[in-house]
Design a protein around this ligand. Structure first.
Ligand code: JAH
Length: 229
């Protein structure tokens, strides 16, 4: 998969793209991530990417011209999924990550300031995505979240594919059950007996109950409308 990231802070990505899963996937040639500095696509001496909002108001708005120039300079841009990261977008879920993992080419567009001229969202982006209901200083951290969520789903990146299927937001849509490892007692805190029993049917039933209980408490929205009066 090819991923192009357009940003005024390409240096933001250096560390995270080298480390861990993303670093390994890139080394193995499973993802090809390329960074583009939006300011390289300005034509004034100040390399301006923002201007005052029409209609007035606080802050600055990103100008459309550098965005169109930057994206249209990426080879194959027309066939790519072109995603604008914005708190005003549709919220990214695991199903979206699975869809994007099947795409050959993503272009991630990271805004800053109070926002981007709406013509960029309407005419250049194919999608507007939020990664959660909070405001960041810009789309860069959100773009990294998209890259990591998608990369780990690409065949061959994760060694044990069952860890991708069984995790939270997997097919059954529940939060993960609690996990334990050695020691069986730590600071007086025991591991639940059932997990040491060797009874695999009981263990599976316990895990299912725990996942359901946890989902009810923490994320009732994942269980759909409550049918009890
Ligand atoms: C903030 C441009 N959903 C996370 C998210 C994504 C993008 C932004 N904030 C939050 C953002 C300022 C300017 C984008």
């Amino acid at each position: 998969m090819r991923v192009d990231i357009v940003t005024i802070f390409p240096e933001f990505f250096a560390g995270p793209l080298e480390a861990s899963l993303l670093g390994k996937a890139r080394q193995r040639g499973l993802v090809d991530v390329r960074l583009h500095d939006l300011r390289d696509h300005t034509d004034d001496p100040h390399r301006s990417v923002d201007d005052e909002p029409y209609g007035g108001g606080v802050g600055m708005v990103m100008k459309p011209e550098p965005w169109f120039a930057a994206v249209e300079a990426i080879d194959g841009w027309e066939a790519a999924q072109r995603i604008l990261l914005t708190p005003a977008g549709r919220r990214l879920a695991q199903d979206d990550a699975r869809f994007l993992a099947d795409e050959a080419h993503l272009i991630l567009m990271c805004g800053r300031y109070e926002g981007i001229d709406e013509r960029v969202a309407e005419q250049l982006a194919t999608d507007e995505i939020s990664v959660g209901d909070y405001v960041l200083a810009g789309g860069e951290a959100a773009a990294l979240i998209v890259v990591e969520a998608v990369t780990r789903l690409i065949v061959g990146v994760v060694k044990e594919p069952e860890s991708v299927e069984q995790e939270s937001f997997g097919p059954d849509g529940l939060l993960d059950f609690p996990q334990y490892t050695r020691p069986s007692e730590f600071r007086g805190l025991p591991v639940p007996d059932v997990l040491l029993s060797g009874n695999h049917a009981e263990i599976a039933a316990w895990r299912r109950r725990q996942a359901l209980e946890r989902t009810k408490r923490r994320r009732p929205d994942l269980l759909g409308p409550d049918l009890e009066p």
